[in-house]
Design a protein around this ligand. Structure first.
Ligand code: HAM
Length: 431
């Protein structure tokens, strides 16, 4: 047992797993930008109040899962347990409502929730998050949903379908909540203790209860979709029509209420097999009151978050491979101190020309260095020894074909630049 281990519920993402991360990030970024979303980054931590107000006191996230602390100056700080509240805070603070609306944003980054870890559920996970701010039209709901769908389809997911519901607005939601409470009042004794608490703090969440004793009550509970005001009803109907027009399958799920308080109207998730009980690969919805709640101008919004770890688990479950990250194109083998110095010069000359190059470390024999070039899957090994330096000609071995040619040292960089297939082509997607 090593002396130190990573904290419970966190992951180390080793180099061999990175191809998935590169691939998912680059496809997500590409598809987002294709649809006109712009990248925006917000801090990993915010004033606690942003989440307490935004996500809502009474939600599990705020009550049980936040990593909150006082910083050294005594300010209450929370590591972000989700993106949306921070992004809306930034939209308000940066006066983004004066830009042409809607503002379409995407981002990636770590999210922290003190949850009970299991497959697909971590205390630090990474989200791909998308928001459209300043648009009421259900076309915006559709746009974010399409982006999630198109990403998953692009990554090889099969049998896609949305779980879809509407949670109403401040006009119609309170009436539904009263109805639901009245319904539960009559069945109070049969409901679990957690639901008794939920009825006080976050009543819609009773529909999400997993306890066995509550299932018959939930099954017969009134559906919010049957109690929407005309505006919410029309919004929901238009969204469904758009989804049908574009042949994106959905299932109306009357129990889908989501665990964050800011939602109004549309809520949706995409579920996928292969990630255990935590089957939501993405979740999102509309939050038309959030900007005002955070002290900004009335600004409708809609978006989703998708856990990168869960996306990758689904890909692995489906045996979808990620394209490999190109290995160094050129491996420089050197024999003797003068050759080592020349190899070092050439390595940096190649890198300056955007050709990925790896110089052999240490002072080993020819065979051992060539073996390493093979293991690192280099396209070419350049062999430099006393003879090569004296003649001004290097031996260049094509590692796949096993053939060797002589190339003038003075032409070597140009020659390799023209011949390598694997020029440094990995985009910088580390953020
Ligand atoms: P959420 O449903 O809490 O929504 O999280 C979004 C996604 O993040 C989930 O569907 C899941 O893929 C991933 N996720 C959540 N918790 C964990 C975890 N503990 N471990 C691994 N993955 C996890 C939100 O966060 C909203 N801010 C989404 C949104 C954006 N709504 C509107 N705009």
């Amino acid at each position: 047992m090593p002396q130190y281990q990573r904290p419970t519920g966190t992951l180390d993402i080793l180099p061999e797993e990175q191809p998935y991360w590169y691939h998912v990030r680059s496809r997500a970024r590409h598809l987002a930008e294709l649809a006109g979303f712009e990248r925006m980054d917000v801090p990993i931590f915010e004033t606690t109040e942003v989440f307490a107000r935004g996500v809502g006191a009474g939600t599990d996230i705020v009550d049980k899962e936040m990593y909150s602390f006082e910083d050294k100056g005594g300010s209450p700080i929370t590591l972000r347990p989700e993106f949306t509240a921070g992004i809306v805070r930034a939209y308000i603070e940066n006066g983004m409502h004066v830009r042409s609306q809607p503002v379409k944003l995407y981002t990636f980054g770590p999210i922290f929730r003190y949850e009970r870890p299991q497959a697909g559920r971590y205390r630090q996970h990474t989200q791909f998050n998308v928001e459209i701010l300043g648009e009421q039209d259900p076309i915006a709901d559709l746009e974010v949903m399409l982006l999630a769908w198109d990403l998953y389809a692009d990554l090889g997911f099969r049998d896609l379908a949305f779980q879809l519901n509407s949670t109403g607005c401040p006009q119609c939601k309170p009436q539904y909540v009263s109805l639901l409470k009245a319904y539960y009042d009559e069945r109070y004794a049969q409901a679990c203790d957690d639901c008794h608490r939920r009825l006080e703090r976050s009543p819609l969440r009773v529909l999400d209860c997993k306890s066995k004793q509550c299932q018959p009550i939930i099954a017969a509970a009134p559906h919010i979709a049957d109690h929407l005001c005309p505006e919410c009803e029309a919004h929901f109907a238009a969204l469904r029509q758009y989804l049908e027009l574009l042949e994106r399958r959905y299932t109306i799920n009357h129990l889908l209420v989501r665990g964050l308080d800011y939602y109004t109207k549309t809520v949706f998730e995409v579920w996928a097999a292969g990630i255990g009980a935590q089957s939501a690969v993405c979740g999102g919805g509309r939050y038309d009151g959030l900007a005002e709640l955070l002290g900004g101008p009335p600004t409708p919004g809609v978006g989703f978050g998708s856990g990168m770890e869960r996306i990758i688990l689904v890909m692995q479950e489906l045996d979808v491979e990620a394209p490999p990250i190109p290995s160094p194109a050129v491996f420089l083998v050197h024999l003797g101190a003068p050759a080592k110095r020349k190899a070092l010069e050439l390595t940096y000359a190649l890198r300056t020309e955007d050709v990925s190059a790896w110089i052999s470390h240490g002072d080993r024999g020819l065979r051992s260095q060539l073996r390493e070039a093979g293991k690192r899957a280099a396209h070419y090994a350049v062999i430099l020894g006393e003879n090569e330096l004296a003649s001004g000609v290097a031996s260049v071995r094509d590692m796949e074909a096993g053939e060797q040619v002589d190339v003038q040292l003075s032409d070597l960089v140009t020659w390799l630049k023209e011949h390598v297939r694997g020029r440094l082509s990995v985009p910088n997607t580390s953020r």
